[in-house]
Design a protein around this ligand. Structure first.
Ligand code: SF4
Length: 279
């Protein structure tokens, strides 16, 4: 049954939007990380993400084109191979970082792209943030400011930046100004759920963001993990499991619709693009 306090704080919107916002608020109250309340499902790897803002930032770099659990395990595996996650060494020892990624089993399918992102992130943190990733959000700046700062890292960009902001608020309890300016990530799972549930008529960034702001004006980003989990677990690209879905009683079930383009299921040849979405 829905938490009455959730309902009271949800405001207007459509039945689908209210249900999604209720789910998002529940996840926020649980302090959910990403999948099943954790990042990677591996306690040691999760502990590193929890204890090290720099590892969290590196984890964001990994969240690209591979399942989320595997991505969040990346920083721990990288540290195991290198013996450190020292920013100075990550910045200066690019060849070693590259070699760590290219050893088998591979740390990431984009073994040629990730090393450069890690090295660049270390350099930016050293040069602009005094060697501390938490300096990016220290002092509770505005959501848009943090989004912009994170987007400036090669390999993060807007989609991951808005996702990171939500994780910072929801899981790490970081207090940021302007929650009403947060957003959902334009991710393939989110897009599919918004489209099939009728929150949008067209799968465009502008429509998805407008729908999130309309349905949850006090914190549009609250819908992010809720929609992402539904997309991943029940609103599958093929054979959606509507009867098990959180939105089953309110969704028009437009299951014939699917997303195309960035992040969508593509031919094997095209799936090697580093633009593919997190699974
Ligand atoms: S699985 Fe079915 S009920 Fe759930 S969001 Fe997708 S179309 Fe709607």
């Amino acid at each position: 049954m829905r938490d009455p306090a959730c309902q009271a704080s949800l405001g207007g919107g459509t039945p689908v939007g209210r249900e999604l916002a209720a789910f998002g608020l529940e996840l926020e109250r649980e302090g959910a990380a990403q999948v099943g309340g954790s990042f990677s499902g591996d306690p040691e790897a999760d502990r590193l993400i929890e204890d090290s803002p720099e590892a969290f930032l590196i984890g964001m770099l990994f969240t690209q084109g591979i399942p989320a659990e595997r991505a969040w395990r990346g920083p721990w595996l990288l540290r195991e191979r290198l013996g450190h996650l020292d920013l100075g060494r990550l910045a200066d020892e690019a060849d070693e970082v590259r070699a760590a990624f290219q050893r088998t089993p591979m740390l990431h399918r984009f073994k040629n792209t990730l090393p450069g992102w890690v090295t660049s992130a270390a350099r930016i943190l050293l040069e602009e943030y005094d060697g501390r990733a938490d300096a990016i959000w220290e002092g509770g700046p505005h959501v848009l400011e943090v989004t912009e700062r994170l987007s400036a890292f090669p390999g993060i960009g807007r989609k991951k930046a808005v996702m990171a902001v939500e994780i910072l608020v929801r899981h790490f309890g970081v207090q940021l100004e302007g929650r009403e300016c947060g957003q959902v990530a334009y991710d393939v799972q989110v897009r599919r759920v918004f489209l099939r549930s009728g929150l949008v008529e067209r799968d465009t960034l502008a429509e998805v963001e407008a729908a999130a702001a309309r349905e949850c004006p006090q914190a549009p980003g609250r819908l992010d993990l809720a929609a992402w989990l539904i997309g991943r677990e029940t609103c599958r690209p093929r054979a959606p499991r509507c009867d098990e879905c959180r939105l089953r009683d309110v969704c028009p079930r437009r299951t014939w619709l699917g997303v195309e383009g960035v992040g969508a299921r593509q031919s094997i040849a095209r799936r090697t693009s580093p633009e593919s979405s997190l699974g």
